[in-house]
Design a binder for this molecule. Sequence first.
Ligand code: GLN
Length: 488
Amino acid sequence: MASLDVTGLSAHSCRELLAVGDVSAVELTQAYLDRISAVDGEVQAYLLVDGEGALAAAEAVDAKPKDKRLPWEGVPIGLKDVLCVKGMETTCASRILKGYRPPYDATAIAKLREAGLIFLGKLNMDEFAMGSSTENSAYQVTRNPWDLDRVPGGSSGGSAACVAAAEAPWALGSDTGGSIRQPASLCGVVGLKPTYGAVSRYGLVAFASSLDQIGPVTRDVTDAAALLDLVAGRDPRDATTTGLNEPVGVPGRADLKGLHFGIIKEYLGEASEPGVREVFSAAVATIEALGGKCEEVSLPSVERGVAAYYLIAPSEASSNLARFDGVRYGYRTEHSEDLYDMYVRTRSEGFGDEVKRRIMLGTYALSAGYYDAYYAQAQRTRTLIIQDFDQAFGKFDYLISPTSPTVAFKIGERTADPLAMYLSDLCTIPVNLAGLPGISLPAGHSDGLPVGLQIVGPHFSERGLLDAAYAVEQELKVDVVAPLGGAR
Ligand code: GLN
């Protein structure tokens, strides 16, 4: 059934088709592989498509009787290239990891493998997840399926673009300062960053360990809940995990009666562009129409979020990236005079500009004499941000804002100005600094380009958060499959 139209299929519709026997796992997988062949030349979301491996896994699923305990068996998925998949090249979109094939699965990947999901391949990203446009990939520039001249956001730009272009029903991404939510917003799909500690980071190539979380990029809230349940859980291999208190289950809330939403004041006004503000106001009206109470709330410290993040994240990155030395993983320089020279050349040739910028920032912020002024000060700011959120959650159930201050920008527009690029994550970064769960939902369009609504909840409130997001989604009814190139 090569003619199966996968455009617009969510993962849960794939699951239903498989369950009733309307399609086989092989037919479904082939349909997505065909879709990738048809559109990925333009979108460039995939770094690697494992057609053979995917079809073999799908054949194995079809060959055995259906197992009721594995309801997602045979459903395909795309994976951000920051996740270790046993035997499958994992580069983090960096030259330094070219040719690296992990000898093990990340915990999240192992869980998906056990659940019988089919891995279509690895998705493009900013090198080591550092960036907001996917332009920092050492290999290719992913394009926004809504307008091929624009960026898909980043760093999980490949994940968001592939879901928006129907090149996979869903995907996994990772979010350190907004890397799931911001690209989801720019590509008009759903992106969820779970509470820090809900999902194991084992086998997620580390960027900033106190901020990184793996999470779903999907076409709807129902799929986000399901994928979170599949990957969440306490893991003895990651001491920072606790898992979720309870499974999220299938969201089904019909209204928002009795819920109190705080509109983060610092992200209103000039902080966002007018088209984004308009869509956001309409979303607030929708929340109110559903019975939710909305009121402005000030979180004064979030304005210092970006500054604190660009000291803390690079500091952690400078330490995490020390392991890429040409000895243990991937690339090694061809010619070198001695061991030290080999390290220097390997790292100079292997890392891109943004990664070098972060390593320099981080080593500087951590160096003796500057540590107190920069790193320690940033940590104090982080504490203030945590306190601001705590206080707000004393009064409000959820906090809302636009996900990104702008719609998708043109390719090349911000590459020369790192500070402008860093501001893309203005509304998402504080959520990571406080370890909170946050979701971005498609809220509407501005000039034909998607705008996302961010909803943030208290720690481990995923169940309620996704339920509330579901109610909003049902009312907003935003189209999430991009008309490829349609907005040009
Ligand atoms: N854009 C931010 C950065 O460049 C966040 C990236 C992320 O969440 N991985 O660091």
